[in-house]
Write a protein that binds this ligand. Sequence first.
Ligand SMILES: Cc1cc2nc3c(=O)[nH]c(=O)nc-3n(C[C@H](O)[C@H](O)[C@H](O)COP(=O)(O)OP(=O)(O)OC[C@H]3O[C@@H](n4cnc5c(N)ncnc54)[C@H](O)[C@@H]3O)c2cc1C
Length: 445
Amino acid sequence: MNITRRQLGGFAALLPFSSAVSPAATGDPDVVIVGAGAAGIAAAKTLIDGGRRVQVIEAAARIGGRCYTDRATFGVPFDRGAAWIRSSTRNALTGLARLYSFDLGTRDANEMLFANGALHARASNPAFERAFFAYSDALAHAADEDGDVAASEIAPPVLDDDARAWMATVAAALGPLDMGVDLNKLSAKDWFQRDENEADRLVRQGLGTLVARLAANIPIAVNTRARRVSVGQGRVRVETERGTISAKAAIVTASIGVLTSGAIAFDPGLDASMLGALSGLQMGLQSKIALRFAPGNPALAYPDDTSIVPQVRDERGHSFLVRPFGAPLVICLTGGSLAWDLSTQVESTNVGFARERLRALLGSKADQGFTAGAATDWGTNPNTLGAFAAALPGQWKARAALAAPIGERVFLAGEALAGKNKQTVHGAHESGLRAGRRVLQLLKS
Ligand SMILES: Cc1cc2nc3c(=O)[nH]c(=O)nc-3n(C[C@H](O)[C@H](O)[C@H](O)COP(=O)(O)OP(=O)(O)OC[C@H]3O[C@@H](n4cnc5c(N)ncnc54)[C@H](O)[C@@H]3O)c2cc1C
């Protein structure tokens, strides 16, 4: 058997994964980091490289947070959370993936549209493009005005009938499926202020596997939930269900959903500016329902990494990712209120929803060779309470206020604080690096 570079790469990428979760506790850490997601891992690495002793504590039984590659359910990698390295040509994760021999997709997604019983390549559907540019242009212009409005208040220009038929589909793509919120909850400025390009790349071994790899040699105690973070007399005390850890500083990376739920108490309490910032943000939701098929199902005839966007009549739309990296999976994505509604339903109802939507595309053959289905639960998971943070209309400045330290020794980090790279893994990673550097500076003085 020939062992190709690709096969070797996949193996190398898997090796350190099992050793990444270290139950080790650092005796007397300089810094406690709450949360072992992309931000917490990056912060820990920065501090360790800067010569500091850290202890990461993680509430869940696994590391990675909203990056989680599940291999058990389908026997192939299924990224339950983040899957694409967004804007891959300009972020550090791409280099780290290459450093650790992970395989990245090499081309942009094969995008298809479904309408009137037929599938078409997006590139050959000018009506969709007209609708897309009309809507996003109108949003961008609104974002340029002094005030900040809900995206639902924007009236895109009147278009020809063909383009108008795609307007609801475009609204779904820009709001719920992209930022996790419906248009009436979407701040035009928050939507606009992002730094992104089209070069999104899937990771063959899973993006969750890559993030877990970055945690190698970092002391992480899993199943350890922070309940209270107190600052006093030059020390920070983090109370957990398994005891209290004392350190010189702390970095808290829990999601906005977790912070606003009050699951972590702060002493001194959060000041008015921080509370105002938290109330200006909401958790958006994106959910995935994955279906596995045996060979012969017509969906598996599409090329790897095909993205299918069906035409819909209102913004509660959905899309499909077909055969990610060749895996025999079809993943139905939902967002915003549709995803929140589905999150109140049992998994089998979610799976039924995705199968019914696939049948609308492929007819009864869509059921051929169906072997298993699974749905994500980011909305109800107490460690996330949503997928990513979005500003409420009028509240686009809220994120910046989160950067202020709490009691001078506690810093927040995570995707919500990632400025123009918000809602992404690389944004969370950069936010963690920044928080780590701020703590190094603090401890020097
Ligand atoms: C379905 C979905 C799809 C996505 N798709 C993409 C994508 O394709 N590309 C992309 O770039 N981004 C994507 N994202 C967003 C991306 O996953 C996040 O922006 C990023 O992973 C957030 O990292 P973080 O470190 O800020 O937070 P988290 O990953 O949430 O890490 C915080 C950690 O803190 C832990 N924690 C919470 N409370 C406590 C406590 N009290 N004590 C101790 N630990 C605690 C949590 O368990 C968690 O592990 C997606 C997210 C979802 C949910």
